[in-house]
Design a protein around this ligand. Structure first.
Ligand SMILES: O=C(O)CCC(=O)C(=O)O
Ligand SMILES: [Fe+2]
Length: 399
């Protein structure tokens, strides 16, 4: 049995529990405490009874061919899967399989051939893990006592050059809010102009030892961003909005590609797990890789369900920001990565979630189409997406 503490508030059962990941994982208790699916399970991953092994239930797979050939069907299939699971598996997408393979090869090179000291060079002080390397022992699922068994690297959006953006989207370098970022980058910025979002989105860090790692991260970032936008078009229609509703809300979103290495588990894990139960903080997450098992989602009946996407597929789930915007019509489902059974404990695991975020100044205000007498607005107070992100980063010990 999962060790859960449950509370009944209104018609929502709240299970107080974990969360993790860069503004891209976490939930409940302080922020969006209406999540229905949270557990504090970091000590019970070893218990196989958590998974309903006799059940043939599984997260549906939807083909991107439908996006091209029968958009309404695509909308319907995604909507159904998300309402039920908060997750869907996408096949026949346009992210090149060769590029995916290359990204995992270069990730292995970075994590496994560089020394600890070489990797630590890419840790950026004071950035909440927004860019570069984050070592073991840092990220801790919200409410969990033990940190996750993972190290990761964040590649974020490269903002357009100020020469390419509208004059209103440019700030003066001497603006108070740009001071830190300029100091961090050690730039000589006299008389330079900056993109209006430069204080939110620092430049990416180039890995000198493995230059192809950085190039590959950029390619995957852009490909998943494009795929994410297609999913958002479908969700907009599902939510009775204009198909392109999200376009100008995410075009310069503070999105992040997280490249994760879960090393082999060599000794007793002492209650640490690969990724503690959490919800993602962002709008949607597109997850690549994870051919090695371990990903599980928490079903509405409280049972854990394995998610084993076929190689090359993209697993795509709803995050807390979209759950909030949609007043829980689209649920942000709790998930985790459990430790492997003993016979596979020597195998490392690599995965790449892409956390798709709105533009940092986008204000998340419940959609009217998601409010009714039966479903009163759970979030009467709108919140700016960057304020929301900062709150959540603190909860998962990245800030
Ligand atoms: O590694 C995985 O499969 C999932 C990772 C995850 O959920 C996260 O980083 O938010
Ligand atoms: Fe996650």
């Amino acid at each position: 049995m999962v060790n859960k503490e449950t509370k009944l508030i209104g018609r929502f059962i709240i299970i107080i529990g974990g969360a993790s990941a860069f503004g891209f994982t976490a939930s409940i208790i302080m922020g969006d405490n209406n999540n229905t699916n949270n557990t504090n399970n970091n000590d019970d991953n070893e218990n196989e009874n958590d998974v309903d092994v006799d059940d043939d239930d599984s997260v549906p797979t939807v083909s991107l061919e439908l996006y091209e050939n029968d958009f309404n069907k695509f909308v319907e299939c995604l909507g159904e899967s998300y309402e039920k699971y908060g997750f869907v598996i996408l096949e026949d997408h346009s992210v090149s399989l060769e590029e995916i393979e290359r990204a995992f090869e270069t990730a292995k090179k970075f994590f496994c051939s560089l020394t600890k000291e070489q990797k630590e060079k890419y840790f950026l002080q004071g950035q909440g893990g927004a860019r570069g390397y984050t070592s073991f022992g840092k990220e801790t699922a919200k409410g969990a006592l033990k940190s996750d068994l993972k190290e990761f690297f964040h590649y974020g959006r490269d903002l357009k050059s100020v020469d390419d953006v509208n004059v209103n989207d440019v700030n003066d370098v001497n603006d108070e809010k740009n001071k830190d970022i300029n100091n961090n980058n050690n730039n000589n910025n006299d008389n330079k102009k900056l993109h209006k979002y430069s204080s939110y989105m620092p430049p990416n860090v180039k890995v000198e030892e493995v230059p192809e790692f950085t190039e590959s991260a950029r390619t995957i970032f852009l490909a998943l961003d494009e795929l994410g936008n297609k999913v958002l078009q479908a969700l907009a229609v599902y939510l009775k909005q204009d198909r392109y509703f999200f376009d100008d809300k995410v075009d310069e979103g503070n999105s992040i590609l997280r490249i994760i290495h879960y090393p082999p588990i060599e000794k007793e894990s002492a209650g640490h797990v690969r990724a503690g139960a959490h919800e993602d903080i962002n709008l949607i997450t597109l997850l690549l890789g994870a051919d090695e098992g371990g990903l599980q989602i928490l079903r509405k009946d409280g049972k854990w369900l394995d998610v084993n996407p076929p190689p090359g597929c993209v697993t795509c789930n709803i995050g807390d920001m979209l759950q909030r915007l949609t007043n829980h019509v689209l649920p942000s489902t709790t998930h985790r990565v459990v430790n492997p059974p003993n016979e596979r404990a020597h195998i490392p695991r690599f995965s790449m979630p892409y956390f798709l975020h709105p533009n940092p100044d986008y204000v998340i205000e419940t959609l009217e189409s998601c409010v009714s007498e039966e479903r009163p607005n759970l979030y009467p107070e709108p919140i700016c997406s960057d304020d929301y992100l900062q709150l959540r980063l603190k909860e998962i010990k990245l800030k």
